[in-house]
Design a protein around this ligand. Sequence first.
Ligand SMILES: C[S@@+](CC[C@H](N)C(=O)[O-])C[C@H]1O[C@@H](n2cnc3c(N)ncnc32)[C@H](O)[C@@H]1O
Length: 391
Amino acid sequence: MDQSLSKLEQFLSAFREAVAAGTLVRATLRMPTKESGGLTGVDIRPVALKSGLKLGFVLHTKTQDRQENLDADAAFDRVGAWLAVGFRQGFVFATDADVSYDAQGKGPKLKRAAPSSKAGPVLGHDREKHRPVPADRPWLQALGVTDDKGEVLKSAGDKFRQINRYVELLAPVLESLPAGKVPKIVDMGAGKGYLTFAVADYAARELGRDAQVVGVEFRRDLTELCNRVAGAAGLDGLSFVPGTIADHDATGADVLIALHACDTATDDAIGKGIAAGARAIVVAPCCHKQIRREMEAANIESPLEFATRHGIFLERQAEMVTDAMRVLVLEHFGYEVKAVEFISDQHTPKNVMLIATKRGLGDKRALEKFRAAKAVFGIRKHYLETVTGLG
Ligand SMILES: C[S@@+](CC[C@H](N)C(=O)[O-])C[C@H]1O[C@@H](n2cnc3c(N)ncnc32)[C@H](O)[C@@H]1O
């Protein structure tokens, strides 16, 4: 690096060089300032399109993610401008080195370290092909997701997409975990462990981090199978324990995840994350029967009866109300929550994801809003209240 340049110029030049040499795996911008235009983070990867090589930007805000593809020059200008005012940290992960720029504290710092991404750059043609969990992972075959040629089986295509997208959305959370401690990640209602494996594998392979990843699942046959596959895959920190979510001791969990944990099992999972003081709770809920039953019971009285007397509307309403009330409980306990559609409804109707990040003091008005929602929808009890001791 040319030491006569400012630290920011040196960082941008490392970014340009990695793009030009084809060694860029990914780049990220973190620690937004008030001038970030509402962005909370940016992830950048090389993308090969028909029109040539571009840089694919995923722009994160509190409530949604937006994707944009830019030519290299426009991308360099954009990153330079953001690091001048909008973000305090930038990272370039290339196959030959990791370079970080940090403008927090006294004077900007620039660090060059050994590459943490062991895999080479993946040139995605589009978001679907650009996968944080590549199909060639041996454990995918052992779990029946891919065949012996590493092709995704037709029957497992939706699950493969879900875990990839889940890990993509979880990546900024995992990257933000402090170094110097082995993070503990707990997957509640792990099933056959697809997501649990994907997260453990991503942390080791892409982030170069040791992580303790635990899958909790009440079907013992599945936990035994998953432990065997984890051992064979050499994923040391990964283990599966049989038992219920409610009985699991999640103390020390830094990140709590759950993909399609049935009905109130998602509430149990959220409750465990809150009790553990997890830095992040990321759940994609499944069937919303508990609140549906409550709303059904209240139907005759409710002013919303004109809509909820139709089964399909009731179901959609119950889903929205259940999850929106979960958001309020999380906000009450000091989490900032993003609700996103994590995968197209073409692949699953259960496509809402709540990404909750611990921010500190709780929102004082959240409980008030929660109680008002109960009154409007005639809900006597939301199961998450019980789990978290709120009612
Ligand atoms: C729909 S599957 C999803 C599995 C996995 N997360 C995935 O997406 O592939 C839900 C899983 O959660 C488990 N489960 C449901 N409620 C549970 C509970 N209260 N405690 C432990 N496991 C539970 C079920 O046995 C099932 O394997």
